[in-house]
Design a protein around this ligand. Structure first.
Ligand SMILES: [Zn+2]
Length: 57
């Protein structure tokens, strides 16, 4: 028989917090999703080239 496990820490899940084992892991999962949302790569100003330009001048 397969026991459902928490996707965060692999502990047996608690019925009150399915599919997680505790409220802490539920929050961690939510924070992980939010964190990935913030990490969207995009065009960024290259401050390094700006610095070297002012140095050589
Ligand atoms: Zn857990």
């Amino acid at each position: 028989m397969t026991v459902p496990r928490c996707p965060i820490c692999a502990a047996p899940t608690a019925p009150a917090h399915t599919p997680f084992c505790s409220r802490g892991c539920k929050d961690r999962d939510l924070l992980r999703w939010l964190g990935e949302g913030y990490r969207i790569p995009g065009p960024f100003v290259d401050t390094e080239s700006l610095d070297s330009r002012s140095d050589t001048d």
